[in-house]
Write a protein that binds this ligand. Sequence first.
Ligand code: UD2
Ligand code: MN
Length: 346
Amino acid sequence: MGFFSPLCKISRRGKYFVLLLLLLSVLAWIATFSGETVKSGRFFSATPQTLIKEDTLRVKVNTWTEATNLLKTPPPKVECPQESPLLQGALKLSFEASLKLKDVVSDNKGVTEGEYTPPDCTARQSVAILIPHRSRERHLLYLLHHLHPFLQRQQLHYAIYVIQQAGDATFNRAKLLNVGYLEALKDYSWECFIFHDVDLVPENDHNLYVCDKQPKHLVVGRNATGYKLRYKGYFGGVTAMTREQFLQVNGFSNTYWGWGGEDDDLRIRVELQKMKILRPPADVARYTMVFHKRDSGNEINKDRMRLLGRTQQVWRKDGLNSCSYKTMSVERLPLYVNVTVDIGKP
Ligand code: UD2
Ligand code: MN
């Protein structure tokens, strides 16, 4: 017996009647259902519709604000090119007796408290230039005069630190440079450090003041030595090491008082770490050293050969990790950060 069997017994007219009833009830059901929707729709209608309007408005406002912001904020900086388009190559250096500090300041308007950031691109490296110093004001002025524009042409983010030895005890170049490294890192996480004599002026801006995979010696030759490398292991004057490379060798020794030996000691430290010293091509790594006599207070260190003989034994405990000093002042001058420090005496 099928489900529809009772229907079969009903007359044809009856069948149509039942079908019509079914159809009507379905229609009624649909009508009630949609009525509820309409009702509920009416009940809630105000809120979603306003929301939609508000949302559209908010989107419009947001797009407008974003658009105006885009116009206001400069476009995101791109990395500076591998080779700066500002480089000039061999330079004509000048050492005018009439040069004044205020002229150098006004020539370097982009420099604030010794620091510079290229305006149009993101520098490839952030470099701290460390200059050990005492009573060489004229040399410092010449160096600042040449070095600031030189570094700006290289599109570097850089800052110059001058580390002044307070008092008149024997000079200690190496310890001052350790202090410079430690003090500069309090300002910024510099990735590269240039250890720079005050009297050496670079002659060619293709001599890049950036660090490499290995420590770099930037002085192949200078005027006084006929632009020849003094000896194979020579590592004095101007050197570049990354923050990590310098930390790895525990910095300079603190024990070289007076002239000589501290640069060779650093070379030994570098070699002990199986690092290799790199040098730029000789035609680029050229410097003019402003003429000077040996300073009083920086007499030749007669002990240097003995000290060089024990570097291998002592480097781990003599260096950055044992560099004790007293900072007398940190002055943020327009062209450099002037760190005056008491490093003690021999
Ligand atoms: C050589 C090295 C130098 C260093 C030195 C031995 C070169 C080009 N330079 O320089 O890096 O190894 O021998 O210690 O080979 N200073 C002062 N006031 C002083 C004394 C020294 O500011 O009273 C600073 C200054 O930055 C100077 C540096 O120490 O440039 C080295 O002293 P230097 O120029 O008298 O020695 P020099 O030319 O033989
Ligand atoms: Mn010198």
